[in-house]
Design a protein around this ligand. Structure first.
Ligand code: HEM
Length: 516
């Protein structure tokens, strides 16, 4: 048959191959459409259903990621949307699995809570992340996920978070590293080092001490692994083409650091662990997990997951907060006034102090509104399901294994989800903690910590850590001067969205603790 085909000459051969592929993908598209209709929903506006058209979007996504234009890329896709379905579009690279890209609150609500059991991380996500995070809370579904959550949750209950000793130690270490007034420092770099020290201290009972050791091999490996993991996730269908030796080498460095702590903990008998659990100060996250499992791989996976969850998210949020405060001296002054009125210029804040400073909470909420730390996320359909249509419109069908890509960043930047601009409610594009005085976001329009059963387990830990650190810095410093180029700053989205140019600032100490 092939001999007969080649005998026709290259032009005819190409035409026949092209026509056959066109027919093949047209039939496939019709089959998928029928399967979607069987779920009880319809298709959303289609960007591509075959590799030829899909490749363009895939390359565009890769280019946008490398050039830090992922939000532009994401929003750009909705130019193909329709008035009936303006905030969800779909594309497929192979004609088989559909990727539904959404920025619609009702869709996020469906995948995270109302249809929770229909959606999960799924086998593809698990396999892409398994070398790094194994079978941890982040990569599993169903009973396996529930077991992990049960293991981890007790370490984040309020009583545990109330103890601020670790935050005090590392916020103090960060402040010691700040240069004399007027000298430029990338405070973002210090936040990343501090949160790594806090998280390793909390998890293992020993810190990597990256504030004192900026070139720490662990910190470098941790950053590298996350960067490559994001590329692996974005290039999902083609990630086998990515070279992975740096990724694998980085994971080995992280494991080598953890191994002695895990070994030592496993050398303790159940009775010794039980005794330790009565002593709040030396009882760590690692000890607690070892009470439930003696499997070093399970322990390694959960530690790695909480490390990734807890480190960059808080560092990036603190970085954006200082970045915005340096832009708005009046907001900074107001925040400092609240802090000094509550704890004065030097007293260590208590947990209750931190919870009794509404403007401080509003400033952090506002940062997380403009810069949700996890800007893009995915859920795979574990069953045939649907996403709610707009009022009067049919639901959108999702087949088993289709992937819903949702962006809290793109959704939280949608102007139409906010009240009209007024004296009380500034332009939603602007950093304005005041808007929170009289406003509560409509349900599911503000989800920096996700929602539903998989809501961030470390939310209170994170808010307390960030509030503590800000209070300590602003007790000492009254003025923050941005030393970077405002126009050049950009949102760098790896797994976590951070200021791409860091946050170069000069800090000026308050005289006698007075407000400027
Ligand atoms: C500003 C800080 C933080 C933000 C914005 C944030 C946000 C999130 C989000 C969006 C998720 C959902 C991820 C998903 O399901 O795909 C999540 C999950 C999680 N977060 Fe956080 N997080 C923060 C800090 C922390 C901290 C400090 C810890 C712990 C030390 C932590 C521990 C976790 C864990 C264990 C999960 C997995 C929950 C599950 O799947 O059941 N997070 N976080």
């Amino acid at each position: 048959m092939f001999a007969a085909l080649f005998a026709l000459g290259p032009l005819y051969t190409s035409a026949i191959v092209f026509a056959s592929l066109a027919v093949y993908y047209a039939v496939k598209k019709a089959i998928v459409t029928r399967q979607v209709l069987r779920t009880g929903g319809v298709r959303s506006p289609i960007l591509a259903t075959n590799p030829l058209f899909g490749l363009r979007f895939l390359l565009d996504a890769g280019w946008s990621q490398v050039n830090n234009r992922l939000l532009d890329y994401y929003d750009r896709q909705y130019r193909w949307a329709t008035p009936e379905c303006p905030n969800c579009v779909e594309l497929s690279f192979t004609g088989r699995i559909r990727f539904l890209m959404t920025r619609e609150p009702e869709h996020i609500k469906a995948v995270l809570t109302s249809k929770f059991s229909d959606f999960g991380k799924g086998p593809q996500f698990h396999d892409a992340w398994a070398p790094f995070l194994g079978d941890s809370i982040f990569t599993t579904d169903g009973q396996q996920w529930q077991n992990s959550r049960g293991l981890i949750r007790p370490m984040f209950i309020k009583d545990k978070v109330r103890d601020l000793e670790i935050f005090d130690r590392w916020a103090g270490a960060l402040i010691d590293k700040l240069p004399p007034p007027g000298q430029t420092v990338d405070i973002s770099d210090l936040f990343y080092r501090m949160t790594l020290d806090v998280t390793t201290d909390y998890l293992l009972g020993a810190s990597v001490n990256s504030l004192d050791n900026p070139k720490s091999e662990f910190a470098r490996a941790f950053n590298e692994v996350q960067r490559i993991q994001m590329m692996i996730t974005i290039l999902a269908p083609m990630n086998a083409l990515l070279p992975k030796w740096r990724y694998n080498r980085g994971i080995k460095v992280l494991e080598k650091f953890m191994a002695p702590f895990i070994e030592h903990t496993l050398s303790l008998s159940p009775d010794e662990l039980e005794k330790l659990s009565k002593n709040d100060k030396s009882f760590t996250f690692l000890h607690n997990i070892a009470r439930s499992t003696r499997d070093p791989k399970v322990i390694r996976d959960q530690i790695m997951a909480v490390l990734i969850a807890g480190r960059d998210t808080t560092a990036a949020t603190l970085s954006w907060t200082i970045y915005e405060l340096s832009h708005y001296p009046e907001t900074l002054r107001k925040l400092r006034t609240e802090i000094l009125a509550t704890v004065g210029p030097s007293r260590t804040p208590t947990y209750d102090d931190l919870k009794n400073m509404p403007y401080l909470t509003h400033a952090l909420n506002e940062t997380l509104r403009l810069y949700p730390a996890v800007p893009y996320n995915v859920r795979a359909a574990l069953e045939d399901s649907t996403l709610p249509g707009r009022p009067g419109q049919p639901d959108i069908g999702v087949r088993k294994n289709d992937v819903v890509v949702y962006s809290s960043l793109a959704m939280q930047r949608r102007k139409d989800l906010y009240p009209p601009e007024s004296d009380e409610f500034a332009d939603p594009a602007v950093f304005s903690p005041e808007r929170w005085d009289h406003w509560t976001p409509r349900p599911w329009t503000y989800v920096p910590f996700n929602g539903g059963p998989r809501i961030c387990v470390g939310q209170n830990f994170a808010m307390t850590e960030m509030a503590f650190c800000l209070v300590r810095i602003l007790q000492k410093y009254e003025r923050i001067e941005y030393r970077g180029d405002w126009h050049a700053q950009y949102h760098k989205a790896e797994i976590v969205g951070a200021p791409g140019h860091g946050v170069p600032v000069a800090l000026y100490e308050a005289q006698y603790g007075e407000v400027a």
